[in-house]
Design a protein. Structure first.
Length: 105
């Protein structure tokens, strides 16, 4: 079987970033390595989004708790059902984040 010539990239190809050794040819090993890098980047973005969600939930719960000290008692009683749902859902978000991170490690 005759040897096929290597395929090369165009000078301004969007795939130039995948050519790690700079020889103008993207090999299978380079593609596999780039795939691993992209998967890692995706996992890091997902982790960062989950971390932000948990942080902002905790901050929101703290602000809500502090604001309850400055609201008249009648309004606090009217908000009691809503505040119970708010705390339960916030605790669920933060607890799920912590639990899943513990499982990963």
């Amino acid at each position: 079987m005759p040897k096929r010539p290597q395929k090369k990239l165009q000078p301004e190809s969007i795939y130039n970033e995948y050519d790690e050794d700079g020889d103008g040819i993207v090999s299978d090993s380079e593609l596999a390595h780039i795939k691993e890098i992209k998967e890692t980047e995706t996992a890091l973005r997902k982790h960062l989004a989950q971390l932000r969600m948990a942080r902002y939930t905790l901050i929101g719960m703290g602000i809500f708790t502090v604001s309850m000290f400055f609201i008249p008692l009648e309004r606090v009683e009217a908000l009691s059902d809503l505040s119970n749902l708010f705390y339960i859902s916030g605790a669920g978000i933060v607890g799920a984040y912590m639990g899943f991170n513990k499982i990963k490690k």
